[in-house]
Design a protein around this ligand. Structure first.
Ligand code: NAD
Length: 381
């Protein structure tokens, strides 16, 4: 089959769905690989790099869509892009089907198969295709880099001839994929790192990474936000109050706060309140990775960097993976080519869209003129 990556059109999007190295893997599966001219430019891959990897460069989006069987993208396709696709063609990208009813209808009506990378089931076998995790990992790392760049001091403690410098104190709220990446990056820069999560099972992971788990003095222990399939559930009002009280104690001591707390299907919980920001030292930095879902901090403005009256920087950027376009494209390109490997079991360039396969079924949101979202729960953990 022929698979090709479109140039992303959303402003500021630096990623590309196929890189020269992922193209080589796709070719080993028996596919011919295409890209739209300039598709990799913002991520640091020139058209010549692709040509050297045996990729055909098409002049325009229309030419690319016309040439291939499978269109690969990062951002969800636009109505215009789906509109140019023909019956039997496949698009593979982030799709967010719960928020994209009109796009689902359009793909179904046109007989386009849509594969949503954000719907890959989070089961062990599918980890190599899990683009939510690969992007969250980058966002968590980049959050620390942004924080360090906005903090006027070292992260690491030092004893120098000019004076003794204490290590920066970093609090990470939410220790899922992004939070753990933040912990790793902050520890490696030499900070003293604290982390909190409603799921007590992450305490061991946090501690094994060299950070300190923040326990609550709460009679139900830290089990209230009980895990549901690895995700957090909303906390009881009492638990939330205990959590906020603990954060109020920590706020004046912390130099950096990185918030990543999310609950599936809901707005981000508000956990870092205006009074906590007011209690922080001048020069402290908050990076709110939950900004896109409303933010964990009361004062976060999505896509903005603001400075409060008391001199606290609050970063609400929502494009952290795109800020590391080369790295994100490399990992996203790998997620895509692993998915394509599942779709090409005989490595003969022939796609077998096996809807009995949990991973393919879970990620397929339209197929054969039907909307196939939401999928049934996966059979295997
Ligand atoms: P997420 O982005 O939904 O949430 C981020 C973190 O916020 C979670 O750890 C959650 O517990 C935490 N949180 C929610 N409410 C909070 C609150 N009030 N205070 C503090 N923290 C709060 O989660 P994620 O990063 O997508 O990962 C969730 C889980 O899924 C993890 O257990 C992860 O290991 C697991 N996972 C498994 C796989 C796999 O097996 N393939 C892949 C990815 C993730």
């Amino acid at each position: 089959m022929k698979i090709g990556a479109l140039r992303e059109t959303q402003e500021g999007e630096a990623r590309v769905a196929v890189t020269p190295s992922s193209a080589a893997h796709l070719q080993k599966l028996g596919h011919e690989v295409y890209v739209e001219a300039g598709a990799g430019k913002a991520a640091g891959f020139g058209d010549e790099d692709y040509r050297r990897a045996g990729v055909t460069v098409e002049a325009s989006a229309a030419d690319l869509i016309g040439a291939v069987d499978v269109v690969a993208k990062v951002r969800p396709p636009s109505e215009g892009e789906i509109g140019q696709m023909r019956e039997g063609q496949t698009v593979i990208s982030f799709f967010y089907p719960a928020q994209s009813a009109a796009l689902l209808e359009q793909a179904k009506d046109q007989g386009v198969t849509a594969i949503a990378m954000d719907m890959v089931p989070r089961i062990s076998r599918a980890q190599k295709m899990d683009a939510l995790s690969s992007m969250a990992n980058i966002a968590g790392y980049r959050a620390v880099i942004e924080a360090a760049n906005n903090f006027g001091r070292f992260f690491t403690g030092q004893v120098t001839a000019a004076g003794k410098v204490p290590p920066a104190k970093v609090l990470v709220v939410g220790a899922g994929v992004a939070g753990l990446a933040s912990i790793g990056a902050a520890v490696s820069l030499g900070a003293q790192v604290y982390a909190f999560d409603v799921r007590p099972e992450v305490a061991e992971q946090i501690e094994s990474m060299g950070a300190e788990f923040v326990y609550l003095d709460f009679s139900e222990a830290q089990t209230d936000g009980a895990a549901t399939g690895g995700y957090a559930a909303p906390s009881s009002p009492e638990f939330r109050e205990a959590q906020l009280a603990r954060f109020r104690e920590l706020a004046p001591q912390m130099d950096i706060v990185i918030t990543t707390a999310l609950i599936p299907g809901r707005d981000a919980p508000k956990l870092w309140t205006a009074d906590m920001v007011a209690a922080m030292k001048t020069g402290s930095v908050i990076v709110d990775l939950a900004a896109e879902r409303g933010g964990n901090c009361d004062l976060t403005v999505p896509d903005e960097r603001i400075v409060t009256e008391n001199g606290v920087v609050i970063i609400g950027y929502t494009d952290f993976p795109s800020r590391m376009g080369a790295q994100s494209s490399e990992l996203y390109g790998n997620n895509i080519r692993h998915f394509m490997a599942d779709l090409t079991p005989k490595k003969d360039g022939v796609i077998a869209h096996n809807m009995e396969d949990d991973v393919i079924r879970g990620a397929t949101v339209t197929h054969d003129h039907a909307i196939t979202y939401p999928p049934p729960p996966p059979k295997i953990a």
